[in-house]
Ligand binder design. Structure first.
Ligand code: PMV
Length: 324
């Protein structure tokens, strides 16, 4: 049997602005997806008959990427992520599936994180009608903190470039790894799930409409880009209060472009008294918020009292890996 685990992710800065070529910062979180594979008499997923059409990421990896024609497989998936909550569960699934299948076909005891990030990005693109940024898949594959941008950034470790033909034309991204300052080892992320799914496509389309009807909101996009750069500098310096201030400022701008919701604002406000900063994370509308704190239990309690589901995580954990 082979087992692999890939973490979920949380966007710290730059959601929505990244769609327009500005940088975004995402970190791997502790929760994620484990995939177990073993050869079997028939194709089984979580104890049921495996129906490829219902699992486009898995189907793409088995059939198109690896062109697997070996024995049928028994696939078991165990996720500790809230589903459809903007925490990158499909990216984590694709990375763990890719790592496990690679090991089953050609055992080496190691993973090639960049190769897996590329495979998983292609799986996301297939499942999302050709529109997928490499943010989730890169954060889950590489671990730590990744910066995704429309151009190569200076002074930061460039890892690889990604490209995709989307219905709107070719898109290119550069993916970098940001160093995590030792001070961040004392910090925790607390995610708060509103309980409502986050419809990424709808939210991105809504922002595009808003920018067309009210071009003044382009200023919010530029402000998010500046906040992201300030947040990156604060992360590099290990200045937790400054990271928190940037998170609060980012949330304000995300409210301006109308992607927050009363439920997200409630959870953000409940977390702030015990946090360095808090903001919605991901596409918004529903999904999750995130707080940076050194008092994770207190923040988790506050989120729960406000009606959210908390998830405590260390900051920027390891990326995709095989498990013994
Ligand atoms: O799918 P989510 O919730 O992780 O958010 C995606 C982030 C966006 O910037 C809103 C969209 C994108 O493709 O980058």
């Amino acid at each position: 049997m082979v087992r692999a685990f890939a973490p979920g992710k949380c966007i710290l800065f730059g959601e929505h602005a990244v769609v327009y070529g500005h940088p975004a910062v995402a970190v791997a979180i502790e929760a994620g997806v484990e995939v177990r594979l073993e050869e079997s008499e028939r194709w089984v997923l979580d104890g049921m008959n495996f129906e490829p059409s219902r699992h486009p990421h898995i189907k793409h990896i088995i059939t198109n990427v690896f062109e697997y024609d070996g024995s049928p497989l028994k696939i078991d998936i165990n996720s500790t992520l809230f589903p459809a909550a903007g925490l990158g569960s499909s990216a984590a699934l694709s990375n763990a599936m890719g790592a496990a299948l690679q090991e089953l076909i050609d055992p080496s005891g190691t993973v090639d994180a960049i190769k897996l990030a590329r495979i998983s990005h292609s799986a996301e693109a297939i499942a999302q009608e050709g529109r997928a940024s490499p943010t989730d898949t890169a954060a889950s594959a590489l671990g730590g903190s990744v910066v995704v941008s429309g151009e190569r950034l200076k002074g930061i470790n460039h890892r690889f470039d990604a490209e995709l033909i989307t219905p709107e034309g070719e898109r290119n991204w550069s993916i970098h790894s940001a160093e995590l300052h030792p001070n961040l080892a004392e910090a925790w992320l607390v995610l708060g799930f509103t309980g409502k799914g986050s419809p990424t496509g709808k939210m991105v389309a809504g922002v595009a409409d808003l920018l067309e009807k009210e071009p003044a909101h382009k200023e919010d996009m530029l402000a998010i880009a500046n906040i992201t750069n300030a947040g990156l500098a604060a992360l590099a310096a290990g200045n937790l209060p400054a990271v928190g201030i940037a998170m609060d400022a980012c949330h304000k701008r995300l409210q301006n472009i109308q992607v927050s919701s009363p439920a997200l604002d409630l959870l953000v406000n409940s977390a702030r008294p015990h946090s360095f900063g808090a903001k919605l994370t991901g596409a918004g509308g529903g999904g999750c918020m995130v707080a940076l704190t050194n008092n994770p239990k207190r923040v988790a309690e506050a989120i729960e009292i406000a009606g959210g589901k908390p998830l405590i995580s260390r900051f920027g954990t390891e990326g995709v890996r095989l498990i013994d």
